[in-house]
Ligand binder design. Structure first.
Ligand code: 4AD
Ligand code: MG
Length: 477
């Protein structure tokens, strides 16, 4: 077998006249003569030309949709329009047939729902290969951003005894048999006999441990899988998602907001600069879909223009109290169009967030200083004793993409909040210790990895930006 040249290199620096071998999956085969071949190294395909005098009929028959082939031949300037170069095949080797009578995918548009069920093949499509190349790019940009700024990547545990968010949406980890767990005298399950000698779950956030890092190394971030057993069957929620959580010492809520804005813009810009072909395809895909839609259902701006707009404009910054005032003066509120109530003290719902972002400010919005009762125990109490130094970053089309806060560094105030919110001190002694010994003001946030990818790719459902989505009732693959 000849040495393989990746298609990205064939197209970037074409060696006209050279004999090369490319390997990949057939995206299209026109007129029994022109193969569009893709190997994943780039969005683009290379055209392989089949000469019936050189390639036997049996082999040509096997060049089916998504079959895997190796083609060897001379690279020449293309005579046809649409591509600069093409490969005149001397030999074709079939590496993997696809029996089209059984292969689930077809060379035509198929629904996202159908492709989700065929997640082992959907990455071969233009849409999903573009999404997953960009997903890699976002991950890389995140690590690069923090590394360049002197943050340390910290691995926080997946298995933990704590419920950082206090929302009780945890998946239990146990080695007990469901029907045969030892019980204590009061009939409750006796986790002291379990593997870890205590009740454990898979983490909902790495923040509490990241605080340990911030109060030692100064600036850290986590980037790992996060698990939430919330029964939210929406296009924005996953039971297993990835979260990025920077945590910084000597920072307050304003530093936190500045970081969130700079960081989001950096990621978006990185993708604009490094994934233009994938983005252009996703942009055109949306425009094609919107052609037959009513104007009010279409995006106000194309995908790429939206991304550029976000980079070029300051995010709006308001307090929760201001957000409630604005919402109460809004048309949909006055006309009773919101499904959920708007009142000081009640959490904002996605419909409110999206109205603020899309209709009112028409750009990303950072809302801060939320009522203490709707936020987690660790957030720093403001002087009004009613609100905490929390902030959410809201994006068009999505709503909350980032949630963060300045942390309560004052021991007594933290203990009081823990008591009020029923967070047991004995399980978080180490967390209190951080306030007793060498404490410092600090802040951080969590970025939902899939949510920013949704925004950047313009995909409509969060299940389509993670390779194998886990949602209520679904853990295939
Ligand atoms: O707002 P959240 O719950 O914040 C925290 O977990 C903090 N401990 C973060 C911190 O301060 N270090 O979650 C952070 C982000 C949300 O803004 C959202 O983008 C994403 O995580 N997120 C989800 N993404 C997908 N599916 C879910 N079920 C999500 N829940 C939260
Ligand atoms: Mg949140």
């Amino acid at each position: 077998m000849g040495k393989r040249t990746e298609i990205v290199d064939v197209l970037k620096a074409p060696q006209i006249g050279a004999t090369i071998t490319v390997k990949g999956w057939v995206r299209a085969f026109r007129s029994n003569r022109f193969v569009a071949l893709n190997d994943g190294s780039t969005f683009n395909t290379v055209q392989v030309v089949i000469d019936p005098d050189k390639i036997d009929e049996e082999t040509v028959k096997r060049i089916g949709f998504h079959a895997c082939i190796a083609a060897t031949g001379e690279l020449v300037e293309s005579k046809g329009s649409g591509q600069a170069v093409e490969l005149m095949a001397d030999t074709i080797e079939i590496l993997g047939d696809t029996d089209l009578s059984e292969y689930p995918l077809q060379a035509k548009k198929q629904s996202m729902e159908f492709l989700r069920e065929k997640a082992h093949f959907r990455m071969r499509t233009n849409t999903f290969s573009a999404v997953f190349r960009i997903r890699h790019g976002v991950a890389f940009a995140i690590n690069k951003y923090f590394n360049d700024k002197g943050y340390y990547y910290m691995h926080t545990p997946i298995i933990t005894g704590s419920d950082a968010e206090g929302a009780g949406e945890m998946f239990r980890i146990t080695t007990f048999e469901p029907n045969n767990a030892p019980t204590a005298e009061d009939g409750s399950i006796d986790y002291s006999q379990d593997f870890f000698g205590k009740a454990t779950n898979i983490t909902v956030s790495g923040q509490l441990q990241a605080e340990i890092g911030a109060l030692s190394l100064g600036k850290v971030y986590t980037f790992g899988p996060t698990f939430r057993a919330e029964k939210s069957n929406t296009s924005r929620h996953l039971a297993e998602f990835w979260m990025i959580e920077p945590e910084i010492a000597f920072a307050d809520i304003y530093d936190d907001m500045d970081l969130a804005e700079d960081f989001s813009k950096y990621i978006i810009n990185y993708i604009l600069e490094n994934y233009p072909d994938d983005l252009a395809f996703l942009d055109k895909r949306i425009q094609d879909m919107e052609k037959n839609m009513k104007k009010e259902l279409r995006r106000p701006m194309s995908l790429i223009d939206t991304l550029k707009f976000v980079i070029d404009n300051d995010f709006a910054r308001i307090t929760y109290t201001e957000a409630i005032d604005i919402l109460k003066r809004s048309k949909p509120y006055k006309k009773g169009k919101f499904e959920f109530p708007v009142d000081w003290g009640i959490d904002l719902q996605a419909e409110h967030e999206r109205w603020l972002v899309e209709k009112h400010f028409k750009k990303p919005v950072i809302v801060r200083d939320y009522p203490k009762d709707i936020k987690a125990f660790y957030m720093r109490m403001n002087d009004d004793e009613k609100t905490v130094a929390a902030m959410d970053v809201l994006f068009p089309g999505i709503g909350e993409v980032i949630g963060g806060s300045q942390r309560e560094e004052r021991l007594e105030k933290l203990r009081k909040r823990m008591q009020e919110m029923n967070v047991h001190e004995d399980e978080l002694q180490w967390y209190l210790d951080l306030r007793r010994f060498g404490g410092a003001p600090h802040a951080g946030f969590g970025l939902g990895f899939e949510r920013i990818i949704l925004f950047i790719t313009g995909m409509a459902n969060i299940r389509d930006v993670i390779p194998f989505p886990r949602t209520p009732g679904n853990a295939e693959f």
